[in-house]
Ligand binder design. Structure first.
Ligand code: ATP
Ligand code: MG
Length: 328
């Protein structure tokens, strides 16, 4: 069976509409006929400073959110990265097959370290941990947003390199990017991607935002002065981003949406879009609150960690044997 692996960081207040359209929305359709493994990657989140108490809460919320969007624990494995020690162990070994130059070329590293006086070493060595996350499960497909393309390329390179230098331990994974919604942009700076950790909260729709907050953020989203609803990423990045969100949720083609709003202004368009987003997220939010107070969440995560540990520790042993570590 095809193995699908994807992870989301418990960074920021909550996942965003970008995470939802780029990643979560793809997940549920995969779980029907594939072996799906979903992970709350908390060790990635600590590459930037986190409040320990808050991080713990965010880990739980994010795990609940996977279930709230429709991940079924009977069909998929859901676990927390730090509860499977093989990830960090494999990441160390993979750091020994990657060069500093390759890591410095990663745009996520450049973006996240840009302008900072002090940067944690782990921000640079983040990709080998992500490579480990994916390779430990013999993953065939990684459903992610467009921003992760470069990291998946690196995953393929390192897997091939390891297989060649040592022994054929790893499966080479492919990326899956959604047709619409692979890169949702910031509502305030539509040339930057929407991010959980953006300091400007007006730029981001969080999955936990209330209908009033969602509506306010969409109505104050940056557009332009032409007043014409059309898709042009270069000249009209703001309106184009809103059209992308509209299309990714409703499944309508952008051209069809543009035709529907011919002669109408941004006000009408934004009002309708706000309603579409609110209606899409309402059932997810309702289920999320129910799960957070239930006991089923911990049971699901315990079982998930057990299943993930069983697979990951086997791959780790194969890696150790291939590299000549230990006595086994
Ligand atoms: P951070 O700013 O802390 O890195 P993030 O919003 O980038 O947070 P991640 O946890 O790094 O979220 O990514 C989770 C998943 O969401 C990945 O598959 C990533 O490709 C996808 N994703 C992130 N941002 C967007 C976006 N703006 N549009 C579409 N998909 C996105
Ligand atoms: Mg990110």
């Amino acid at each position: 069976m095809t193995v699908i692996f994807s992870g989301v960081q418990p960074s920021g207040d909550s996942p965003t509409l970008g995470n939802y359209l780029g990643a979560f929305k793809q997940f549920t359709k995969f779980q029907e006929d594939n072996d799906c493994i979903f992970c709350v990657v908390d060790q990635h989140a600590i590459t930037v400073k986190q409040d320990p108490k808050q991080l713990k809460e965010r880990v739980r919320r994010l795990a609940a959110l996977y279930l709230a969007v429709g991940i079924d624990p009977d069909k998929s494995t859901l676990f927390i990265q730090s509860e499977v020690p093989a990830h960090a162990q494999a990441a160390w070994m993979l750091q020994c097959v990657v060069s500093v130059g390759e890591l410095e070329r990663m745009t996520q590293f450049k973006d996240k370290s840009d302008g900072k006086a002090r940067v944690n070493a782990a921000l640079l060595t983040y990709p080998p941990l992500m490579v480990a996350d994916i390779l430990l499960y013999h993953t065939n497909i990684v459903p992610v947003g467009d921003d992760q393309k470069q990291h998946i390329e690196l995953t393929r390179d390192l897997a091939e390199r390891f297989n060649k230098q040592y022994k054929k331990v790893f499966t080479i994974p492919d990326i899956s990017i959604p047709k619409q919604g692979a890169r949702i942009m910031s509502l305030q700076e539509p040339t930057r991607k929407m991010s959980k950790s953006d300091d400007n909260k007006k730029a981001t729709i969080f999955l936990t935002d209330t209908p009033a907050q969602i509506t306010k953020k969409i109505k104050s989203a940056m557009t332009d002065s032409s007043g014409i609803i059309s898709y042009d990423k270069e000249e009209k990045p703001g309106v184009s981003n809103l059209l992308t969100i509209y299309s990714a949720i409703t499944g309508q083609e952008i051209a069809e949406i543009v035709a529907m709003y011919d002669g109408k202004g941004y006000g009408d368009f934004k009002t309708d879009l706000a309603k579409i987003v609110v209606d899409e997220l309402a059932p997810v939010q309702e289920r999320l609150e129910e799960l957070l107070v239930s006991t089923e969440l911990d049971d699901i995560l315990d079982q998930g960690a057990e299943k993930a540990n069983a697979i990951a520790s086997k791959t780790l042993l194969a890696m150790e044997k291939a590299m000549g570590l230990g006595r086994r």
